[in-house]
Structure formats: structure tokens, C-alpha cells
Design a protein around this ligand. Structure first.
Ligand code: FES
Length: 284
């Protein structure tokens, strides 16, 4: 983790109110992993001091460029969207624990709801670069909010669900998952908590017969400790939690979610968890 300045290279509105920006950040691009995030402070001229957390949307280790994808929700993100190429922001990162890909996994299922695409998008490039197959299932309220397929590599199979049926499957993105659960060696999800909770219910008890658990593992493997990288890797599903953050370094407890073994700081123990680490609210 390091504090550094990152220069805006380009930015554009890819959906109403949602922006994609590329920054020159070679040091970050070298050391960051899919699922990690950065804490960004808007330029000095903005007069704002609080940082905002953003998932690393893509990481290009060759050019040193990283992208972030965000929705304009207030003054800070509005100022970010108004920046021009050549402007700089202060970044702190990489932060948090990223996704764990098992070396044996060949088929990755990525599940995103709305802006949750920003949380899993980084895995696409990583998976394709290592010869894996990727299916992305994406859910939005309407066709107008569907992530553009042009922003995904051609190798990806992209399946869409909309709440109003205006594009793709009419219903929830979680409806689509059962069609791929036997195919997927691992699944990775980011989106609203009710979506993650529904996926956690779906995945419960299936690790023994789905995913990496059936890839040539002969019996006798001891269960890894809850919360460890091995346990997350062995889980069929990993979820990236979205939470409001203050410090983003584990000090303020502003990002805590309840885990089965006590409070979990999303910025430190997460943002990626195995679903059985989280005490999901029954109503979620
Ligand atoms: S944001 Fe401060 S502990 Fe996580």
C-alpha cells in the first residue's frame, strides 16, 4: 500500500451517470490484484478532503494504466467526473484482499448486479490472459442500465437479465446462475447485498460437489481455516462486498459487516469473502 499521485488519461460517461476513467499508475498496476481497491482523493482545487473507495476495474501491467468505474452520487464523484486529462488525484492503494483464483480452475462465472460490474470486471482480463473461459452474467433494472458489451473482450460470453424484461432474461440475475453452476469451477460476485445473500443461499452446501472441489481432489484434504485465502479459493463462490468507507485501512470500523466469527472490516478482511464467512441477514 502506498500514497501516490495518478494522472487522468481519459474519461467518458459509459451509461447515464456512470463514468469510466483511466489513470496512469504504473506502481499500482504492478502490484494490484483483481478485487482490490483504491481510496481516491479528488484534486486539491476541489477543496474536498475525504477519499472515496473504488474497485480496480481493469489493470494493465504493461502500460501502467488502471481504470475505475463509478456512478456520480454526490459532490466528490461529480468533481471526479469533471476532471480533464492531465489532472491528478491522490490515490492510496492497493487496498483489501482480492479474489482467489484456484490454479486448476478453467471456467469462471462472474456475476454482477449494476455497478457491481466494477468489482468483478478486473477478473475478466486476468482469466483470459491465463487461457480460462469466462461467462459474465449481469443484472440491471432496465436495458438503459446494461453494461455495454463493447467494453468486454470478444472471448467473454455475456448474459443479461433485466428486472423489466427490456433486455435479455426477464427477472433477476440470480435466475441465470443455476444454468451455469455445474459448468463453473469458481464463481465471483459483486452487487447489492440482497443479490449476494441470494447467491450465498444458492451456494450453501454445494462446495463439496461443485467447482474446484471436484477437480481431481482426492479425499483427505483438511478444511482450511475460515477467512484464509485457501478457504476462499476452495469455496465455489466468492463475494465482493460494497460498503461505505471512512479510513479504508482498518482503523475507523466504519465499514464493518457482521461475520459468523464477529465483525469483519470490509476494507481489511474483505472486500472479498467466502459466503460462509458472512452472517447474512435473513431478510436480505
Ligand atoms: S473504512 Fe475504516 S475500518 Fe474500514
Amino acid at each position: 500500500m502506498r500514497l501516490f499521485d495518478a494522472e487522468l488519461l481519459h474519461g467518458r460517461e459509459i451509461l447515464p451517470g456512470q463514468w469510466l476513467q483511466g489513470y496512469r499508475a504504473p506502481w499500482l498496476a504492478t502490484g494490484a490484484a483483481p478485487g482490490q481497491f483504491v481510496h481516491v482523493r479528488t484534486p486539491d482545487w476541489s477543496g474536498l478532503v475525504l477519499r472515496r473507495p473504488f474497485s480496480l476495474n481493469t489493470i494493465d501491467r504493461i502500460t501502467g494504466e488502471v481504470t475505475i468505474h463509478f456512478r456520480v452520487t454526490g459532490k466528490g464523484t461529480d468533481l471526479l467526473a469533471r476532471m480533464h486529462p492531465g489532472d491528478s488525484v491522490g490515490m492510496l492503494g492497493p487496498l483489501g484482499r482480492g479474489f482467489e483464483i484456484d490454479p486448476r480452475s478453467r471456467h469462471l462465472l462472474l456475476i454482477a448486479g449494476g455497478l457491481g460490474m466494477a468489482g468483478v470486471r478486473c477478473l475478466v482480463d486476468e482469466a483470459i490472459a491465463t487461457g480460462r473461459q469466462v461467462v459474465v452474467v449481469f443484472g440491471a433494472a432496465t436495458a438503459a442500465e446494461v453494461y455495454p458489451s463493447s467494453l468486454l473482450p470478444d472471448e467473454v460470453e455475456y448474459v443479461v437479465a433485466t428486472d423489466d424484461g427490456s433486455l435479455g432474461h426477464h427477472g433477476r440475475v440470480t435466475d441465470l446462475v443455476t444454468g451455469y453452476e455445474a459448468w463453473a469451477d469458481q464463481a465471483f460476485a459483486c452487487g447489492p447485498e440482497p443479490m449476494l445473500a441470494a447467491l450465498a443461499r444458492l451456494a450453501r452446501g454445494r462446495d463439496g460437489r461443485l467447482g474446484v472441489a471436484r477437480l481431481g481432489r482426492k479425499g483427505g484434504v483438511r478444511a482450511a481455516p475460515l477467512g484464509s485465502a485457501q478457504a476462499r479459493r476452495a469455496s465455489w463462490l466468492q463475494v465482493s462486498m460494497e460498503q461505505t468507507m471512512g479510513c479504508a485501512v482498518g482503523a475507523c470500523l466504519g465499514c464493518v459487516v457482521m461475520g459468523v466469527e464477529g465483525p469483519q472490516r470490509v476494507c481489511r478482511e474483505g472486500p472479498v469473502f467466502a459466503p460462509d464467512e458472512i452472517a447474512w441477514p435473513e431478510s436480505a
